[in-house]
Design a protein around this ligand. Structure first.
Ligand code: ADP
Ligand code: MG
Length: 242
Protein backbone atom coordinates (compact mmCIF):
# COMPACT_ATOMS: atom_id res chain seq x y z
CA UNK A 1 0.00 0.00 0.00
CA UNK A 2 1.33 3.38 -1.02
CA UNK A 3 0.59 5.14 2.29
CA UNK A 4 2.33 2.50 4.35
CA UNK A 5 5.45 2.72 2.22
CA UNK A 6 5.48 6.50 2.52
CA UNK A 7 5.17 6.31 6.28
CA UNK A 8 7.98 3.78 6.48
CA UNK A 9 10.18 5.99 4.33
CA UNK A 10 9.43 8.99 6.50
CA UNK A 11 10.30 7.05 9.60
CA UNK A 12 13.52 5.75 8.08
CA UNK A 13 14.46 9.28 7.03
CA UNK A 14 13.76 10.63 10.51
CA UNK A 15 15.98 7.95 12.02
CA UNK A 16 18.75 8.86 9.61
CA UNK A 17 18.48 12.52 10.51
CA UNK A 18 18.77 11.68 14.19
CA UNK A 19 22.03 9.78 13.77
CA UNK A 20 24.88 11.89 15.12
CA UNK A 21 27.09 13.31 12.40
CA UNK A 22 30.02 11.93 14.40
CA UNK A 23 30.14 9.39 17.17
CA UNK A 24 33.22 8.12 18.91
CA UNK A 25 32.69 5.00 20.95
CA UNK A 26 35.37 3.89 23.43
CA UNK A 27 38.12 5.16 21.18
CA UNK A 28 41.65 4.21 22.19
CA UNK A 29 44.95 5.44 20.85
CA UNK A 30 48.42 4.86 22.18
CA UNK A 31 51.88 5.52 20.91
CA UNK A 32 54.66 3.07 21.65
CA UNK A 33 57.77 4.80 22.89
CA UNK A 34 61.20 3.34 23.68
CA UNK A 35 60.58 2.63 27.35
CA UNK A 36 56.81 3.01 27.75
CA UNK A 37 53.48 3.32 26.05
CA UNK A 38 51.89 6.75 25.84
CA UNK A 39 48.13 6.35 26.25
CA UNK A 40 46.57 9.36 24.58
CA UNK A 41 42.93 8.25 24.23
CA UNK A 42 41.57 5.77 26.73
CA UNK A 43 37.99 4.98 25.89
CA UNK A 44 36.91 8.36 24.53
CA UNK A 45 33.15 8.72 23.89
CA UNK A 46 31.69 11.66 22.03
CA UNK A 47 28.63 12.57 19.98
CA UNK A 48 28.17 15.51 17.65
CA UNK A 49 24.86 16.37 16.00
CA UNK A 50 24.08 18.36 12.87
CA UNK A 51 24.16 22.11 13.48
CA UNK A 52 26.36 21.87 16.57
CA UNK A 53 29.65 23.68 16.99
CA UNK A 54 31.77 22.25 19.78
CA UNK A 55 35.02 23.63 21.15
CA UNK A 56 37.75 21.18 22.09
CA UNK A 57 39.85 22.91 24.71
CA UNK A 58 42.81 21.12 26.26
CA UNK A 59 46.48 21.82 26.96
CA UNK A 60 49.13 21.14 24.38
CA UNK A 61 49.92 17.43 24.21
CA UNK A 62 46.53 16.37 25.63
CA UNK A 63 45.52 14.64 22.40
CA UNK A 64 43.38 17.20 20.52
CA UNK A 65 45.03 16.61 17.16
CA UNK A 66 44.98 12.85 17.73
CA UNK A 67 41.24 12.99 18.40
CA UNK A 68 40.58 15.11 15.30
CA UNK A 69 42.74 12.88 13.10
CA UNK A 70 40.86 9.80 14.28
CA UNK A 71 37.47 11.51 13.88
CA UNK A 72 38.53 12.59 10.39
CA UNK A 73 39.63 9.07 9.38
CA UNK A 74 43.21 10.23 8.92
CA UNK A 75 44.34 7.77 11.60
CA UNK A 76 42.82 4.55 12.84
CA UNK A 77 42.08 4.07 16.53
CA UNK A 78 43.74 1.17 18.36
CA UNK A 79 40.37 0.33 19.85
CA UNK A 80 36.77 1.47 19.72
CA UNK A 81 34.79 2.72 16.77
CA UNK A 82 34.27 5.94 14.82
CA UNK A 83 30.80 6.35 13.33
CA UNK A 84 30.16 8.94 10.63
CA UNK A 85 26.47 9.51 9.99
CA UNK A 86 25.81 6.19 11.71
CA UNK A 87 28.27 4.24 9.56
CA UNK A 88 30.87 2.27 11.51
CA UNK A 89 34.14 3.15 9.78
CA UNK A 90 36.42 0.56 11.40
CA UNK A 91 35.75 -2.14 8.85
CA UNK A 92 35.96 0.11 5.77
CA UNK A 93 38.90 -0.44 3.44
CA UNK A 94 41.32 2.39 2.68
CA UNK A 95 39.58 3.41 -0.55
CA UNK A 96 36.22 3.70 1.21
CA UNK A 97 37.76 5.61 4.11
CA UNK A 98 39.33 8.07 1.67
CA UNK A 99 36.09 8.47 -0.25
CA UNK A 100 34.14 9.05 2.94
CA UNK A 101 36.70 11.57 4.16
CA UNK A 102 36.47 13.51 0.89
CA UNK A 103 32.68 13.48 0.84
CA UNK A 104 31.85 14.07 4.49
CA UNK A 105 34.68 16.00 6.10
CA UNK A 106 36.31 19.39 5.72
CA UNK A 107 39.55 20.08 7.56
CA UNK A 108 40.96 23.40 8.68
CA UNK A 109 44.46 23.37 10.13
CA UNK A 110 46.47 25.88 12.15
CA UNK A 111 48.60 26.57 9.10
CA UNK A 112 46.44 27.01 6.07
CA UNK A 113 48.08 24.44 3.75
CA UNK A 114 46.89 26.33 0.70
CA UNK A 115 48.63 25.42 -2.55
CA UNK A 116 51.14 28.26 -3.00
CA UNK A 117 51.13 28.36 -6.81
CA UNK A 118 47.35 28.65 -7.07
CA UNK A 119 45.13 31.65 -6.44
CA UNK A 120 42.55 31.84 -3.66
CA UNK A 121 39.83 31.04 -6.18
CA UNK A 122 41.71 28.04 -7.57
CA UNK A 123 42.45 26.71 -4.09
CA UNK A 124 38.71 26.62 -3.36
CA UNK A 125 37.81 25.27 -6.81
CA UNK A 126 40.28 22.39 -6.89
CA UNK A 127 38.71 20.06 -4.30
CA UNK A 128 35.36 20.50 -6.03
CA UNK A 129 36.82 19.62 -9.42
CA UNK A 130 38.59 16.59 -7.94
CA UNK A 131 35.15 15.50 -6.80
CA UNK A 132 33.84 15.79 -10.32
CA UNK A 133 32.12 19.18 -10.40
CA UNK A 134 32.40 21.03 -13.73
CA UNK A 135 34.73 24.03 -13.88
CA UNK A 136 31.93 26.56 -14.34
CA UNK A 137 30.04 25.39 -11.27
CA UNK A 138 33.25 25.15 -9.25
CA UNK A 139 34.13 28.76 -10.10
CA UNK A 140 30.66 29.94 -9.19
CA UNK A 141 30.64 28.15 -5.86
CA UNK A 142 34.19 29.25 -5.01
CA UNK A 143 33.27 32.87 -5.78
CA UNK A 144 30.21 32.66 -3.55
CA UNK A 145 32.13 31.14 -0.66
CA UNK A 146 34.97 33.62 -0.92
CA UNK A 147 32.47 36.47 -1.07
CA UNK A 148 30.84 35.07 2.06
CA UNK A 149 34.29 35.19 3.67
CA UNK A 150 34.51 38.85 2.52
CA UNK A 151 37.33 38.04 0.15
CA UNK A 152 35.72 39.08 -3.12
CA UNK A 153 38.52 41.59 -3.76
CA UNK A 154 41.24 39.00 -3.16
CA UNK A 155 40.14 35.98 -5.17
CA UNK A 156 42.85 36.22 -7.83
CA UNK A 157 45.69 36.61 -5.34
CA UNK A 158 48.18 33.91 -4.42
CA UNK A 159 48.33 32.80 -0.76
CA UNK A 160 51.66 34.64 -0.36
CA UNK A 161 49.85 37.88 -1.27
CA UNK A 162 47.26 37.43 1.48
CA UNK A 163 47.44 38.21 5.20
CA UNK A 164 47.34 35.37 7.75
CA UNK A 165 43.68 36.02 8.47
CA UNK A 166 42.82 36.10 4.79
CA UNK A 167 44.70 32.85 4.19
CA UNK A 168 42.72 31.17 6.95
CA UNK A 169 39.43 32.45 5.51
CA UNK A 170 40.38 30.93 2.15
CA UNK A 171 41.22 27.67 3.95
CA UNK A 172 37.78 27.73 5.61
CA UNK A 173 36.06 28.34 2.26
CA UNK A 174 38.02 25.43 0.83
CA UNK A 175 37.03 23.16 3.74
CA UNK A 176 33.30 23.74 3.19
CA UNK A 177 33.44 23.84 -0.62
CA UNK A 178 32.50 20.19 -1.00
CA UNK A 179 29.51 20.53 1.31
CA UNK A 180 30.81 18.15 3.95
CA UNK A 181 28.66 17.24 6.92
CA UNK A 182 31.48 17.70 9.39
CA UNK A 183 34.13 20.38 9.83
CA UNK A 184 37.19 19.51 11.91
CA UNK A 185 39.36 22.50 12.73
CA UNK A 186 42.67 22.10 14.55
CA UNK A 187 43.54 25.40 16.23
CA UNK A 188 42.43 27.31 13.13
CA UNK A 189 43.10 30.68 14.71
CA UNK A 190 46.12 29.62 16.77
CA UNK A 191 48.52 31.37 14.47
CA UNK A 192 46.66 34.71 14.37
CA UNK A 193 46.60 37.80 16.55
CA UNK A 194 43.53 37.98 18.86
CA UNK A 195 41.56 40.47 16.77
CA UNK A 196 42.09 38.56 13.54
CA UNK A 197 41.36 35.30 15.38
CA UNK A 198 37.94 36.64 16.38
CA UNK A 199 37.21 37.83 12.88
CA UNK A 200 38.19 34.49 11.34
CA UNK A 201 36.24 32.56 13.95
CA UNK A 202 33.14 34.70 13.34
CA UNK A 203 33.40 33.90 9.65
CA UNK A 204 33.80 30.19 10.37
CA UNK A 205 30.89 30.16 12.79
CA UNK A 206 28.60 32.05 10.40
CA UNK A 207 29.41 29.71 7.55
CA UNK A 208 28.94 26.56 9.64
CA UNK A 209 25.63 27.90 10.98
CA UNK A 210 24.29 28.97 7.61
CA UNK A 211 25.06 25.60 6.07
CA UNK A 212 23.78 23.44 8.93
CA UNK A 213 27.07 21.59 9.29
CA UNK A 214 28.55 20.26 12.49
CA UNK A 215 31.99 21.30 13.67
CA UNK A 216 34.61 20.46 16.25
CA UNK A 217 37.09 23.25 16.74
CA UNK A 218 40.23 22.74 18.81
CA UNK A 219 41.31 26.03 20.32
CA UNK A 220 43.32 27.49 23.16
CA UNK A 221 41.23 30.63 23.10
CA UNK A 222 38.65 30.54 25.91
CA UNK A 223 36.85 33.66 24.61
CA UNK A 224 36.24 31.87 21.36
CA UNK A 225 35.36 28.58 23.06
CA UNK A 226 32.77 30.38 25.19
CA UNK A 227 30.85 31.38 22.07
CA UNK A 228 30.38 27.83 20.82
CA UNK A 229 27.43 25.56 21.65
CA UNK A 230 29.39 23.22 23.92
CA UNK A 231 32.88 22.86 25.25
CA UNK A 232 34.73 19.60 25.76
CA UNK A 233 38.16 18.73 27.02
CA UNK A 234 40.31 15.62 27.31
CA UNK A 235 40.91 14.26 30.76
CA UNK A 236 42.81 11.02 31.31
CA UNK A 237 42.18 10.09 27.72
CA UNK A 238 38.42 10.62 27.87
CA UNK A 239 36.18 13.35 26.49
CA UNK A 240 34.47 15.38 29.19
CA UNK A 241 32.10 18.32 28.92
CA UNK A 242 33.24 21.54 30.56
P1 ADP B 1 47.57 18.19 21.10
O1 ADP B 1 47.05 18.34 19.71
O2 ADP B 1 46.50 18.31 22.15
O3 ADP B 1 48.69 19.12 21.38
P2 ADP B 1 48.50 15.62 20.15
O4 ADP B 1 47.27 14.86 19.81
O5 ADP B 1 49.25 16.19 19.02
O6 ADP B 1 48.15 16.71 21.25
O7 ADP B 1 49.49 14.65 20.93
C1 ADP B 1 49.10 13.94 22.09
C2 ADP B 1 50.32 13.20 22.64
O8 ADP B 1 50.68 12.16 21.74
C3 ADP B 1 51.54 14.09 22.79
O9 ADP B 1 52.24 13.69 23.94
C4 ADP B 1 52.34 13.79 21.55
O10 ADP B 1 53.70 13.99 21.76
C5 ADP B 1 52.01 12.35 21.29
N1 ADP B 1 52.04 11.98 19.87
C6 ADP B 1 51.26 12.52 18.89
N2 ADP B 1 51.51 11.95 17.70
C7 ADP B 1 52.47 11.02 17.92
C8 ADP B 1 53.16 10.07 17.09
N3 ADP B 1 52.90 9.97 15.80
N4 ADP B 1 54.09 9.27 17.69
C9 ADP B 1 54.34 9.36 19.00
N5 ADP B 1 53.72 10.21 19.84
C10 ADP B 1 52.80 11.04 19.31
MG1 MG C 1 47.52 19.66 18.19
Amino acid sequence: MMTAIDLDDTKAAAELVEEPVLRLSRVERHYDEADRTLEVLRGADFELHAGEIVALVAPSGAGKSTLLHIAGLLEKPDGGEVYLGGVATGSLNDADRTRMRRLEIGFVYQFHHLLPEFTALENVMLPQMIRGLGKKEAVKRAEQLLAYMRLEERIHHLPSELSGGEQQRVAIARAVANVPRLILADEPTGNLDPKTAHYVFDALQALVRSSGLAAVIATHNMDIADRMDRRITLSEGKVVEI
